[in-house]
Design a protein around this ligand. Structure first.
Ligand SMILES: [Zn+2]
Length: 296
């Protein structure tokens, strides 16, 4: 009887050990799968195309008139919360460029957030919200607007001021923003609608006009905010036949259009960076509707 009892104990113990071994195996199998997944993810991040949605914002303040280019700080905060929930991680132009150059990786679900025109409210509202929620972005400034803000009395007003050169420097120093060019003085409907070529303008004259304006912007950015940039956004999203080549010739590597499309980025494909589409964040969208637009 005692012997049978002992045998039963031994069998029970063996079963217990067996289950333990299965459990250990199961755990190591999960670890292995996780490693595999990590490896797959890294291959994806470095070798394959990555979808890169770029959002386009302009002004952020309360009490503005209804416009496609004005949203409230509450809307911006909700956007950031929803983007984070959807797994998006914000990336800067320098990170995307490094990835294309083969010098860096990107998160599996990157998003780029851009603000055009250089409004003071980007500093007033977007910077603290970006700090709070762990985002970063791009501000494409118009040199003439920054100069005006710097020398005029219209400063520090969320509804109407542009960024001064000091404020532009402050944004860059925060490391949460990179600064791009939106031209020095070509953000006008006339005479050429942004940087578009004039009728009957020769190649040489057109390039000369772009170069002159660009030299002025780069000089001001360097002298007044200690910034060098290779990021450019077409005013009004307007361009013509050879604009891209000419802007590239001026040293720009990351060029934003206002074409509503999702971008696909891969190593070695510098062309894609010179032709980035952006989704304008319409003010009558909810944050969830915005996410649906970039997921499609
Ligand atoms: Zn603009």
């Amino acid at each position: 009887m005692k012997k049978r009892f002992f045998t039963l104990i031994v069998i029970a113990y063996a079963i217990f050990i067996g289950i333990g071994a299965v459990q250990v195996n199961a755990v190591s199998e999960i670890c292995f799968m996780q490693n595999q997944q990590k490896e797959v993810l890294e291959i994806y991040q470095t070798k394959k195309e990555i979808a890169l949605p770029v959002l386009m914002y302009h002004r952020v303040f309360n009490g503005g008139h209804k416009s496609s280019y004005i949203i409230t700080p509450k809307q911006l905060e909700e956007d950031l919360i929803e983007l984070k929930k959807a797994g998006y991680i914000a990336v800067l132009p320098s990170e995307v460029l490094a990835f294309v150059e083969g010098k860096g990786t990107l998160p599996s679900r990157p998003i780029m957030i851009t603000f055009d025109d250089g409004h003071y409210n980007n500093l007033h509202y977007a910077l603290p919200l970006f700090k709070k929620h762990g985002f970063n972005g791009v501000i494409n400034v118009v040199g003439k607007f920054c100069e005006y803000a710097t020398v005029s009395d219209n400063r520090g007003k969320p509804a109407s001021s542009f960024l001064t050169w000091n404020e532009v420097a402050k944004l860059e120093q925060s490391a949460l923003f990179e600064i791009g060019s939106h031209t020095y003085n070509m953000h006008d409907y006339k005479p050429r609608f942004g940087i578009r070529r004039l009728e009957d303008e020769s190649d040489e004259k057109y390039y000369e006009a772009l170069k002159q304006d660009d030299t002025r912007l780069k000089k001001a950015l360097k002298e007044k905010a200690n910034i060098e940039t290779n990021v450019f956004a077409y005013p009004f999203g307007a361009y013509c036949g050879n604009s891209r080549d000419l802007i590239t010739g001026l040293g720009y590597k990351v060029i934003f259009t206002a074409n509503q499309k999702i971008n696909y980025i891969k190593q070695g494909d510098f062309e894609a960076l010179r032709w980035l589409g952006r989704i304008n964040r319409e003010s009558d969208w909810t944050s969830k509707q915005m996410i649906e637009k970039i997921l499609n």
